[in-house]
Write a protein that binds this ligand. Structure first.
Ligand code: GLC
Length: 732
């Protein structure tokens, strides 16, 4: 025996240099990811594991809502950074610390809010949804990913998928409107745009579906609040976009601030584990929203930081954003036996899995290219202008006021938005810079150069009571053939912590329009906002109105092109415009009331000012009769619905057809109708095209109950398109 031991020791000593050469399995890029994770976990200490579950912030904090607790010296073992610098060399320097100064060389994943662009700022997501162009949305996310990747970012906290329900809530700007199917469809486009074909590719970044879950029902539209959301609404309205994003391969999810009917989103085992992981099979990780772990104390479900860390972690939050609760308290919770080491390992496994899939172990550094090669590339700016143009919605156009007549040689250009280069980018502008923005004024001067003289007057500020600018505005109007007024919101009037008690524009802006109405000139309102606006009064004053939203870096030319007629508007509302703030909540997919023709507000019209799906064009379309391949189908069959659309106008246009299904009688009440498919196509003047919707009973006719169980009931259904409603029957 002694001889065996001696010879083994001798063998090892003689071959020690060789053993030192054999790197651990987790560094073998050809080994299966799960085996690499197994090997790495076995080598990690508890402290190293817990540090992987933490995200700190790095760089200047431009977000006033996220108060920096302390700026910490970056430890090489930290799991993630919110990386706010645009300098890839900083990122590489920090990453070098992680790769070379830590014991195991685990790369840091750098995240940032790339919400609607990085340096090239695209329209806000709510605007993008109004384009109904999923391909443009996907391309915009791909451009954003490339610009971010070249700046050192591996991970974006996007797309935001909170189905809109209350326009007082400023964050309706960040999502894709009031319909679950639309949010789900754009979620898929965004995830594919950000993540590309594989996460390990250059210029791709990990997506993050947020804010999971039910955040948009934040009570009264006040941000960060209690959400009295039923399980039925969770399953039917708020979960579908997240399930679609997960199925599309989204790498991560962010838990929200809101309290989901008594159990906060960041401590909700049902949503974070039972549904997200066990039912949908999500194998990435969940990051908390900024400080939402420690906010569990404010929400009254944790007595101290330690308990907030316990509750968030055991519910299914794998990474703690910036409040350091996990670093400070998980080790002792493990030591006390309250947190099993196996749970720690599973959480770290999920984080490492995304890091391996991103290829960070093999390629921890980004290519450093010259700034002029990183951002604002010509083709990307063209894409931004196209998406801006297709997002804008022609709400009203009496007497064909628009496009402006070529005989108009003098145009009054009025309003606080005209020369703005900040608010036009909207909230969450990323690394967008005002100096990169083409203002509305710049776009107008380019568009009407040599065609019309522009007479500018600001008229008024966004808010306040100063009417001294009205005189100059009126003077400009009287010497012009038409008056175009650019009104709107400041960018911080929407977005996070951007709740407003009214969605009307400040009175001073309405006063300016009322004064200009008296000139009798054609009056066009161009509105820039991050939410639907209360337009009940302005609608009566304007001959034409266009919702520009917050169009980003290239909004100027897009808006000018719509005024001149170079661009035929094709946007349709992805969110309803109420008559007044008091009409909220109102959305197209509501349930029928017990008395459909009464019980409405007595002081305003029953219907909203503009419904979901509303949007005019400079051409006209005629819809032929909807044709169904059959009016009776079994559950195993499909039915083809077709409608022929003719462009009966004098110019080409892009028409979006929205297909809805209504289920008038079921075991539970159902929304009056639900969007199930949409398609946007170009139709030249005088030409026609067929739009087709293949109805799949399980996908399109079933409903989910409050337990998440899906039901498909036989009986009558309707397919609705434009102003048609056609019945068909489902049999066993
Ligand atoms: C914010 C937002 C969230 C964002 C995060 C990081 O508070 O709620 O949407 O991604 O913090 O900035």
């Amino acid at each position: 025996m002694q001889k065996v031991v001696t010879s083994c020791i001798l063998f090892f000593l003689l071959n020690a240099p060789l053993f030192a050469q054999i790197s651990p399995r987790y560094k073998d890029k050809n080994a299966p990811v799960e085996e690499r994770i197994d090997n790495l976990l076995a080598l990690m200490t508890l402290e190293e594991k817990v540090l992987q579950m933490n995200q700190w912030a790095y760089g200047h904090n431009a977000n006033p809502n996220n108060i920096e607790s302390i700026m910490r010296e970056v430890r090489p073992e930290i799991g993630s950074l919110i990386f706010r610098s645009t300098n890839p060399e900083y990122r590489n320097q920090i990453q070098k610390k992680a790769m070379e100064e830590s014991r195991l060389g685990i790369p840091i994943i750098c995240g940032f809010d790339v919400i609607h662009g990085y340096r090239t700022v695209f329209p806000i997501p709510l605007a993008q949804a109004c384009s109904w162009n999923t391909d443009l949305v996907k391309q915009s996310c791909s451009v954003a990913a490339k610009e971010a990747w070249l700046s050192g970012i591996d991970w974006t906290f996007s797309p935001m998928l909170d189905v809109a329900r209350d326009a007082r809530w400023g964050r309706v700007a960040e999502g894709y409107g009031e319909d679950p199917y639309a949010n789900a469809t754009f979620a898929i486009a965004a995830v594919h745009g950000y993540q590309g074909d594989t996460l390990a590719n250059k210029y791709t970044i990990a997506a993050c579906l947020k804010h999971y879950l039910g955040y948009s029902l934040s009570e009264g539209g006040r941000d960060y609040h209690y959400s009295d959301v039923s399980n039925q609404t969770l399953w039917e309205t708020f979960m579908p976009p997240f399930e679609a994003g997960i199925k599309a391969g989204a790498a991560t999810v962010m838990s929200g601030f809101n309290d989901i009917a008594g159990v906060p989103a960041s401590a909700n085992h049902f949503t974070l584990t039972e549904v997200l992981k066990n039912r949908w099979g999500h194998d990435g990780f969940v990051v908390s929203d900024w400080g939402s772990v420690k906010n569990l104390i404010d929400q009254g479900v944790a007595k101290d930081l330690k308990e907030s860390g316990l509750k968030a972690f055991m519910a299914g939050v794998e990474m703690d954003m910036v409040d350091n609760v996990y670093v400070d308290h998980l080790p002792s919770l493990v030591a006390e036996g309250k947190v099993p080491m196996s749970s720690i390992d599973e959480a770290v496994r999920r984080i490492l899995r995304i890091k391996f899939r991103l290829g960070l172990f093999e390629n921890p550094y980004v290519d450093v290219v010259a700034e002029e090669k990183r951002y604002l590339q010509k083709e990307d700016l063209q894409l931004a202008e196209q998406l801006a143009a297709e997002s804008m919605v022609l709400l009203k156009n009496e007497k064909e006021t628009l496009p402006l007549k070529s005989s108009f040689k003098n145009l009054a250009i009025i309003g606080p938005m005209v020369k703005d280069s900040v608010h036009i980018m909207g909230s969450w502008e990323g690394q967008g810079r005002p100096q990169d923005v083409e203002t509305l004024w710049a776009g107008l001067n380019k568009e009407f150069k040599g065609k019309a003289k522009l007479h500018y007057a600001q008229g008024c500020d966004y808010d306040g009571e100063d009417t001294t600018g009205f005189a100059a505005a009126l003077a400009a109007a009287y010497q012009s053939d038409a008056v175009i007024v650019f009104l709107g919101e400041k960018r911080n009037w929407s977005g996070e912590n951007g709740s407003r008690s009214t969605i009307a524009l400040p009175h001073i802006q309405e006063q300016l329009v009322a004064a200009l109405r008296k000139t009798g000139k054609p009056l066009i309102l161009m509105l820039s906002s991050g939410r639907p606006l209360e337009l009940i009064r302005l609608n009566k004053l304007a001959d034409a109105m266009v919702e520009l939203w917050q169009p980003g870096t290239c909004g100027g030319s897009a808006a000018a092109g719509i005024l001149s007629g170079r661009i035929n508007p094709s946007g349709k509302l992805a969110i309803t415009f109420p008559q007044t703030t008091g009409q909220i909540p109102i959305y197209y997919n509501m349930r029928q009331s017990a008395r459909p023709y009464s019980g409405h507000y007595q002081d305003i019209p029953r219907d909203p000012l503009y419904w979901f799906g509303h949007g005019l064009s400079y051409t006209t379309y005629s819809y032929g009769p909807v044709h169904l391949s059959s009016t009776t189908i079994s559950k195993a069959q499909r039915i083809i619905a077709e409608v022929e659309v003719t462009n009966t106008g004098t110019r080409a246009g892009k028409e979006t057809v929205l297909w809805f299904i209504a289920d008038p009688v079921a075991n539970i009440s159902r929304p009056m109708k639900e969007l199930k498919f949409f398609e946007k196509k170009t139709i030249n003047a005088g030409e026609k095209t067929i739009y087709r919707f293949e109805i799949d009973p399980i996908r399109d006719l079933s409903y989910v109950d409050s337990n998440g169980t899906r039901h498909l009931e036989t009986g009558d259904y309707f397919v609705l398109v434009n102003d048609q409603k056609v019945k068909f029957e489902l049999i066993e």
